[in-house]
Design a protein around this ligand. Structure first.
Ligand code: SAH
Length: 242
């Protein structure tokens, strides 16, 4: 493979398909990476798999690529959502990046009673998700939702999806079970902020029929570690790591 760049594009891909390159990508491909005409680039759009394309026009502000062959088939994302509370900026960015690498279909930031930061830039987080997908070889791009109150997300919960709630009260009191996850069952995991969940939130979660509390082992994990641990548990027993 002679392609050293892998790019997400929001355009159709297929044999002989031309792909227009806009100003931002032109500057990256032709100024930063210095790709000449004839150079290979890997492209994916979340629908058509991954394609090897060649540079056919390398302008300063625009250019063009031409798709040659498919290099990976389109893979469906695992039907897993990550619900988490935004935390400090760099830790939130880390959670989004790791969620994409580990494999989720939707990233859902939620505010809870003890959420420290309500700041969520959906466009910036989508850009982080695209970057993570480009570097990890994913052919799909997870949806990145806007931030919403947890109460709202729970009120609008879709039928048939289970919510695995990482409940810090179970730390050390229950095994870190992976057997509760079933392949083919739409799922979500919920991880709280540094302050955990309030008593009201815990009572609400316990009362909901689609909620399954889970333990993540005997120690209290930081929110970003808990997100990774929960995704790994689900992926290894019910997702696309099997
Ligand atoms: N301050 C809280 C802990 C918050 S940890 C306390 O001391 O109780 C942040 C989040 O990570 C929690 O809300 C929970 O969703 C998750 N978490 C951390 N460790 C966990 C564990 N051992 N089991 C289950 N969930 C855990």
């Amino acid at each position: 493979m002679d392609a050293k760049v892998r790019l997400y594009v929001d355009q159709p891909l297929g044999a002989g398909q031309a792909v227009a390159v806009g100003p931002e990508q032109a500057s990256y491909l032709f100024s930063v990476m210095r790709l000449p005409v004839g150079a290979g680039v890997l492209l994916f759009n979340g629908r058509d798999g991954e394609w090897l394309a060649r540079v056919v026009d390398a302008g300063k502000r625009r250019g063009a690529l031409l798709c040659e062959t498919q290099t990976r088939p389109q893979m469906l994302p695992p039907d897993l959502w990550l619900l988490f509370s935004p935390i400090r900026k760099e830790r939130t960015n880390f959670i989004v990046e790791k969620a994409v690498e580990l494999g989720v279909s939707r990233v859902v930031p939620v505010t809870t009673r003890f959420t420290q930061s309500e700041r969520w830039r959906q466009d910036k987080q989508l850009a982080h998700a695209i970057e993570a997908a480009e570097q990890c070889g994913a052919t799909h791009l997870p949806q990145v939702a806007d931030v919403q109150p947890l109460t709202q997300v729970l009120a609008d919960w879709p039928a048939g999806r289970l919510l695995f709630w990482a409940d810090e009260a179970l730390a050390g009191h229950a095994p870190a079970l992976s057997g509760v996850f079933a392949a083919g069952q739409p799922a979500a995991v919920l991880v709280g902020p540094e302050g955990g969940f309030s008593d009201d939130e815990k009572a609400r979660l316990r009362a909901l029929p689609f909620v399954r509390p889970i333990s993540l082992g005997p120690r209290i994990l930081r929110a970003e570690t808990a997100a990774i641990a929960a995704l790994v548990l689900w992926q290894s027993s019910a997702g696309d790591w099997r």
